[in-house]
Design a protein around this ligand. Structure first.
Ligand SMILES: Cc1cc2nc3c(=O)[nH]c(=O)nc-3n(C[C@H](O)[C@H](O)[C@H](O)COP(=O)(O)OP(=O)(O)OC[C@H]3O[C@@H](n4cnc5c(N)ncnc54)[C@H](O)[C@@H]3O)c2cc1C
Length: 806
C-alpha cells in the first residue's frame, strides 16, 4: 500500500470511484481510494440508476450530458460493462407551468446542441404503447435517456482508475484525517497511514461521519427512498424493443422498464428521515422494510397513467437510504477554511451526474478551478447558519416536492427564518415579504394594507410584479430606502492593508482617503471570481463590500494572499447593517438628518467618509447599485432599527418609502449593471464582462495576474449585451436562450426584469462575439416560446450617468 499520495479518496461508491478515475485520467497517478467494505456499499448498489441529460440549470445539463456520453467510453476503455440502456425518456406535462418548463428546456437544448424535442401524441404512443396520454398537454422526448447498472458503472470507473495507476483498497476504513502543520494530511486507515496532499470526502451516506474526523459539520441528512419492480408484464414480454422511461413529474413518480416488468419510484409527501443523528457505522448492504403504503398516492397516479402497472404483481421493493443537502444539490468543492480538503456528497441524481462531478472535482484539485461555474453546487453556498433544524426542514421540503417546479424568484419557506436582523419584525409589520440570502432574511418587497403578503409563483408575472413596480418607480421619482444588510462586508486594517488589497485585487486601491474603487477579483483561469467595492477610510483602514451569497466562496481567494504582519482582515457582515438611500430626493432626505455637507463638491460620486445620520454613526459611501443618486450607509447592528425608522419617516416626507431587493434587481438591470453569480462568473473573462478597464497590470503582482495576462489579448468569446424584449405577461429571469431571428442560437440571458421606469421588459445576457450588434433583432425563449427582442446600444436608464453624479 502506498504511504504517500497526491490525493486520498474516501468512499468507493459511484462518486468516489468517478473522482479517482478522473484524477488519474487528468494526470495524477499517485492516488488512492479507501472503501470500508465492498465497492458500492452505500446508496450506490440499490439505486434505480436512471439517467437524464436535461436539467433546469444549464451547467448541470452540461455535466449530465458529459456523464451520459462517458459511460459508453468507459465500457470501451475498460471492457467493464456499464449495463447501459438508452431507450429514451418521455417527459409529460399535465399543467401549463410544466409545459412552460419543458418548452424552455427544449429551447435550451437547441442552444446547447442537446437532444430533446417535442413529439406528438401519436409518436409518443408508438414509443410507449402502455402509457395513457389523456390529459397530457405537451410531450418531450430525450433519445439518450435511460438507465445504467449501478455496480457495472462503479466497477468501470474503478477499472479505468486502476489502469491508470490508481490504487483501490477495499475493506479498509478511514479512521482519521489529521492535518499536518504544512497543510498536508495524515489519513489513518485500518491498514495503516497515508500522507496525502488532498483528502476527498466521497463517503456518501457517511459523509457526515468522515467530515467529523476533520472537525467539520456538513448540512446533510439521509432519508428513505423507495421504488418497486413489477412482475413480468405480458405486453412488454411480447414487445421487441425496450420502452422509454417516463418522467411524469406532475404525477410525482418515475417509471421505466426493468427486465420484462416496470420499475416505479416515488418521492412521497409523507417522507421519512433515517439516521438523523448519524449513519450507523456497521450499516452494510441492507435495506429497510417495504412500506408501499407510504407511496400509495404516487403509485395510484402511476397506475392511472400506465394501467399495466396495476395489473401486474409487485416482484420486489427497494427501500434504501440516500443523503440530502438542504437544496438537494451536491455539497461540492474544497472546504474554504481548510487547505486541500475536497468534498463531494449529497448527490441525488448520482448516475446522471457522476462523470461530470468527477471531472470537475479533478480539475478543481489539479488545476485550481473547475472549467464550469459550479457556484450553485459549491458547498460554500452554505455556512454555519445551515444547522440541523434548517437542514431537516429544507430536506423535508426538497424530498416531498422533488418534482415540483423551481420557479424563477421563488423563495421557499421551509426552515426559515434562520438569520434575522433587528429590523426584521419592524419590516414584517410594514408588510415586508422576505427572501433568503446566505441565511439572512431580507425584504424583497413591501405589501400595502390589503395586498397579499404571500407571493404567488410561476413563470409568468406574479402578484409581486405591481408592488415591485410601485417601489421601483417611487425610488426613481422620489426616494427609496433599501436594506442591504445582506451584502458581504469586510474590514482591513494595519500598515499592510493597502499592499494586501493590491496583492488580492486587480484594480489599484485608492491612494486618497475617502475614495472608493470597483475591482474585479481574478480566478485561476483569468475569469471573474468576484467584484468588490473597496473604500479607503484612513491611511491604514479599508472596507470591502461584495456579494453576500458568495461570502464563504470568496474566503478561498482571500486565504491565498498572506496578510502582512500587523495587518488584520475580518468579515464584519454579522456586526454591520446597511441601507441604500437612493433616488433624486435622497440628498434632500439625508441632508435633513446630517450636518455633513452632501453636495457633490464635498461628497462626490465614489467618495466615502464617516458621518452621523440622525445621531447614528455610519460609514457613508456615495454609490448606489440602483444607478441613481444615492448613498450606502453602514451602521452597527444595534443601531439598525433607530436608523431605519428615521430614514423611513424622512423618506415618507419626501414621497418615498421602503424598497425591497426585487426592485433593486429591476433598477440595476435598467442601468445595465452586472451582478456576481449572474453576469460575473469565473467562466467569463474580464474583457467579455467589460470589467477589463478596472484591471491595472502596471501596478505589479496580484492574485492570478498571470492567468489574466494569458487571456488578456485574446478576443472576447462572448459579449455582454442588453436587450429589450416584446414581452406581455412574462419577463426573462435568467437562463433563457437567445436566438437570431432565423433560429440560430447565439447566447443566453443572465438577468432579466421589467424596467418599470423605462417601460421595457429587459435582460442582460451573453451572445457569441460578433453575432449581433446594436439595433439587431433577436428572439428570446421566454416560456419556451420565441419573443422578439432588440439589442440595445446603451442602458435605457440614464446611460450617461448624470443621475449618479448629480
Ligand atoms: C432507492 C434509491 C434509488 C435511487 N435511484 C437513483 C436513480 O435512479 N438515478 C440516480 O442518478 N440516482 C439514484 N439514486 C441515488 C444514487 O444512489 C446516489 O446519488 C449515489 O449512489 C451516491 O453515490 P456516493 O458515491 O456519493 O455515495 P455512497 O454510494 O453512499 O458511497 C459512499 C461509500 O463510502 C464508503 N465509506 C463510508 N465511510 C467510509 C470510511 N470511513 N472509510 C472508507 N469508506 C467509507 C461507503 O462504504 C460507501 O461505499 C437512488 C438512491 C436510492 C436510495
Amino acid at each position: 500500500m502506498r504511504t504517500h499520495a497526491q490525493a486520498v479518496v474516501i468512499g468507493g461508491g459511484l462518486i468516489g470511484c468517478s473522482i479517482l478515475y478522473h484524477l488519474a485520467k487528468q494526470g495524477w497517478k499517485d492516488v488512492v481510494l479507501f472503501e470500508r467494505d465492498e465497492l458500492t456499499s452505500g446508496s450506490t448498489w440499490h439505486a434505480a440508476a436512471n439517467i437524464h441529460g436535461l436539467h433546469d440549470v444549464t451547467n448541470i445539463s452540461r455535466l449530465q450530458h458529459y456523464t451520459m456520453a462517458l459511460y459508453k467510453e468507459l465500457e470501451k476503455e475498460t471492457g467493464q460493462g456499464c449495463g447501459i440502456f438508452q431507450p429514451g425518456s418521455l417527459y409529460l406535462a399535465q399543467t401549463e407551468a410544466r409545459e412552460h418548463q419543458l418548452r424552455l428546456q427544449e429551447a435550451k437544448a437547441r442552444r446547447y446542441d442537446m437532444n430533446f424535442y417535442q413529439v406528438d401524441r401519436a409518436e409518443a404512443e408508438r414509443l410507449h404503447p402502455l402509457v395513457d396520454f389523456d390529459g397530457i398537454r405537451c410531450i418531450m422526448y430525450e433519445p439518450e435517456g435511460g438507465n445504467v447498472d449501478p455496480s457495472g458503472v462503479t466497477a468501470a470507473y474503478a477499472a479505468g482508475a486502476r489502469q491508470r495507476g490508481a490504487e483501490i483498497h477495499r475493506f479498509t476504513a478511514v479512521t482519521g484525517t489529521e492535518q499536518r502543520p504544512d497543510g498536508s494530511w495524515t489519513v489513518r486507515t485500518t491498514k495503516g497511514d497515508v500522507h496525502a496532499e488532498w483528502v476527498v470526502n466521497a463517503a456518501g451516506l457517511w459523509a457526515r461521519e468522515v467530515a467529523a474526523l476533520a472537525g467539520l459539520e456538513l448540512p446533510l441528512i439521509p432519508t428513505e427512498h423507495q421504488y418497486f419492480v413489477t412482475e413480468t408484464i405480458p405486453e412488454i414480454a411480447g414487445m421487441g424493443w425496450r420502452l422509454p422511461s417516463v418522467a411524469d413529474r406532475d404525477g410525482e413518480y418515475y417509471l421505466r422498464q426493468e427486465g420484462l416488468g416496470l420499475l416505479i419510484g416515488a418521492y412521497e409527501r409523507s417522507m421519512k428521515f433515517w439516521a438523523e443523528d448519524g449513519t450507523p457505522k456497521d450499516f452494510g448492504h441492507e435495506l429497510f422494510p417495504d412500506d408501499l403504503e407510504r407511496i400509495e398516492e404516487n403509485m395510484l397516479r402511476a397506475i392511472a397513467r400506465v394501467p399495466a402497472v396495476g395489473r401486474a404483481g409487485v416482484k420486489k421493493v427497494i427501500n434504501g437510504p440516500m443523503i440530502w443537502s438542504p437544496d438537494s444539490a451536491a455539497l461540492f468543492g474544497p472546504i474554504p477554511e481548510l487547505r486541500n480538503y475536497f468534498c463531494c456528497a449529497g448527490i441525488i441524481p448520482g448516475f446522471s451526474q457522476s462523470g461530470g462531478l468527477g471531472r470537475l472535482a479533478a480539475e478543481w484539485m489539479i488545476e485550481g478551478e473547475p472549467t464550469l461555474d459550479m457556484f450553485g453546487w459549491d458547498l460554500a453556498r452554505f455556512g454555519h447558519w445551515a444547522g440541523k433544524a434548517f437542514t431537516k426542514a429544507r430536506v423535508r421540503d426538497q424530498y416531498s416536492h422533488r418534482f415540483k417546479i423551481h420557479f424563477p424568484n421563488e423563495e421557499r419557506a421551509a426552515g426559515r427564518p434562520v438569520r434575522t436582523r433587528p429590523a426584521y419584525a419592524l419590516q414584517k409589520d410594514m408588510g415586508g415579504v422576505f427572501g433568503l440570502n446566505f441565511g439572512w432574511e431580507h425584504p424583497l418587497w413591501f405589501a400595502l394594507d390589503g395586498e397579499p403578503r404571500e407571493e404567488t409563483v410561476g413563470f409568468t408575472r406574479q402578484n409581486w410584479w405591481h408592488p415591485v413596480g410601485r417601489e421601483a418607480l417611487m425610488l426613481r421619482e422620489k426616494v427609496g430606502v433599501i436594506d442591504i444588510s445582506n451584502f458581504a462586508k469586510y474590514e482591513v486594517k494595519g500598515g499592510g492593508a493597502e499592499a494586501w488589497l493590491n496583492a488580492l485585487f486587480a484594480n489599484k486601491m485608492p491612494s486618497r482617503i475617502g475614495r472608493s474603487c470597483l475591482t474585479p477579483l481574478i480566478g485561476k483561469r483569468g475569469g471573474i471570481a468576484g467584484d468588490f467595492t473597496v473604500t479607503r477610510l484612513g491611511q491604514d483602514e479599508f472596507r470591502m463590500f461584495g456579494s453576500g451569497m458568495a461570502e464563504r466562496y470568496h474566503q478561498r481567494f482571500f486565504r491565498m494572499v498572506p496578510l502582512p504582519a500587523g495587518t488584520t482582515f475580518r468579515s464584519v457582515t454579522n456586526d454591520i447593517c446597511g441601507f441604500n438611500v437612493a433616488g433624486p430626493k435622497s440628498r434632500d432626505l439625508l441632508q435633513r438628518l446630517t450636518n455633513d455637507d452632501l453636495t457633490t463638491p464635498s461628497f462626490p460620486f465614489m467618495s466615502s467618509r464617516r458621518i452621523t445620520v440622525a445621531g447614528v454613526d455610519v460609514i457613508a459611501l456615495r454609490v448606489s447599485f440602483t444607478g441613481d443618486l444615492g448613498w450606502e450607509l453602514y451602521c452597527e447592528e444595534k443601531d439598525q432599527v433607530r436608523l431605519y425608522t428615521t430614514l423611513i419617516d424622512a423618506a415618507r416626507q419626501e414621497g418615498g418609502g421602503p424598497v425591497g431587493s426585487r426592485a433593486l434587481l429591476s433598477l440595476r438591470v435598467e442601468k445595465g449593471y452586472g451582478s456576481w453569480g449572474r453576469e460575473y462568473s469565473p467562466e467569463y473573462w474580464p474583457q467579455e464582462v467589460k470589467l477589463d478597464r478596472l484591471i491595472k497590470l502596471e501596478k505589479g503582482a496580484f492574485l492570478n495576474r498571470d492567468a489574466y495576462v494569458g487571456i488578456a489579448d485574446k478576443p472576447a468569446r462572448d459579449e455582454l449585451i442588453m436587450i429589450a424584449i416584446e414581452a406581455k405577461n412574462a419577463d426573462a429571469s435568467g437562463g433563457e436562450p437567445i436566438f437570431l431571428p432565423d433560429g440560430t442560437p447565439v447566447g443566453q440571458v443572465t438577468s432579466g426584469a421589467y424596467g418599470y421606469s423605462v417601460g421595457m421588459s429587459l435582460a442582460l445576457g451573453y451572445v457569441k462575439a460578433g453575432t449581433a450588434k446594436s439595433g439587431d433583432a433577436l428572439t428570446v425563449a421566454i416560456l419556451g416560446r420565441p419573443h422578439p427582442a432588440v439589442l440595445l446600444e446603451r442602458p435605457p436608464f440614464d446611460p450617461d450617468g448624470h443621475r449618479l453624479r448629480a
